[in-house]
Write a protein that binds this ligand. Structure first.
Ligand SMILES: [Zn+2]
Ligand SMILES: [Zn+2]
Length: 272
């Protein structure tokens, strides 16, 4: 589906979630359990978007071997609940570099309805990749072990990779585009006051608008961290840039499909 197809399919509905995980990656229930929960709370559109296979070992990402079964499982869920809900076969594809990301032939060849492009991994100074998502304690260790405690370097690297991903294309939704800010602002509380940080965020927003992809408002961590991804301080800027927006919960648990989505819509409504 194109960006326009997705936005048209959703229409005025707010009963949707296009970003979710299951046991195929690091989610905590089966696809059947998520499907049942989505139908039970009256979702009209629901996308299954496992963390994509990547070319190295990662416990959070689905395996290449599981991909055909995943695709069949979503079809089966559609058959089971047809008329009640529309399920989508998707992936949250990791952009590593121009050799591995949403634009590579492997993903182009899969029968997916759409792709979320996300940056979770950054190249370590020692070679290899480091997952900068997840808890702060681990991030803090990585800062020492892999990044010489240079927070600006890590943040700039995140935005560099996000820009490279947008330039390469191959996806319809950019996932949590300021996600680095959570861990980085714990490490460096004045981060969001830095002119260079503002420049990077604003340049990225301009590029998202130029490329015409959807930006998600990711609500997964709002109750825990008091923060949406992107930050609610950017909602007005996104609306002014005419970027299509979707509010997604990025859930890993069936009882959190709708988590904080109403809060995000409330702030979005006030921002427009
Ligand atoms: Zn993600
Ligand atoms: Zn996710």
């Amino acid at each position: 589906m194109t960006v326009t197809d997705l936005i048209t399919a959703v229409g005025d509905s707010r009963r949707y979630n296009f970003h979710s995980h299951t046991q195929y990656c690091d989610g905590h229930a089966t696809i059947e359990e998520f499907a049942e929960a989505a139908v039970a709370i009256g979702m009209e559109h629901y996308g299954f978007s496992p963390h994509s296979p990547i070319p190295f070992e990662s416990s959070c990402n689905m395996s290449f071997e599981d991909v055909p079964r995943f695709i069949e499982d979503v079809k089966e869920m559609q058959r089971r609940y047809d008329g009640k809900i529309k399920f989508y076969t998707a992936m949250e594809v990791d952009f590593l570099d121009n050799e591995w990301g949403p634009a590579v032939d492997y993903f182009k060849g899969l029968p997916l309805d759409y792709i979320i492009g996300s940056v979770h991994f950054l190249p370590s100074d020692q070679g290899g990749y480091v997952d900068i998502d997840g808890g702060y304690e681990r991030f803090q260790n990585y800062m020492t072990e892999h990044f010489h405690n240079d927070i600006r370097h890590v943040v700039e690297l995140f935005f560099d990779r996000s820009e490279a991903m947008l330039q390469a294309g191959g996806f319809e939704i950019i996932g949590h585009f300021d996600k680095i800010t959570h861990n980085a602002s714990i490490h460096f509380p004045a981060l969001e006051e830095q002119p260079w940080y503002h420049r990077r965020v604003n340049d990225l927003i301009d590029l998202i608008a130029e490329k015409g992809v959807i930006a998600e408002i990711n609500t997964k961590a709002y109750t825990r961290e008091g923060r949406f991804y992107p930050s609610s301080s950017l909602f007005r800027r996104l609306i002014d840039a005419h970027i299509p927006l979707l509010v997604n919960s990025d859930t890993h648990y069936p009882n959190l499909i709708d988590v904080s989505r109403a809060d995000a819509f409330t702030i979005l409504d006030k921002s427009s």
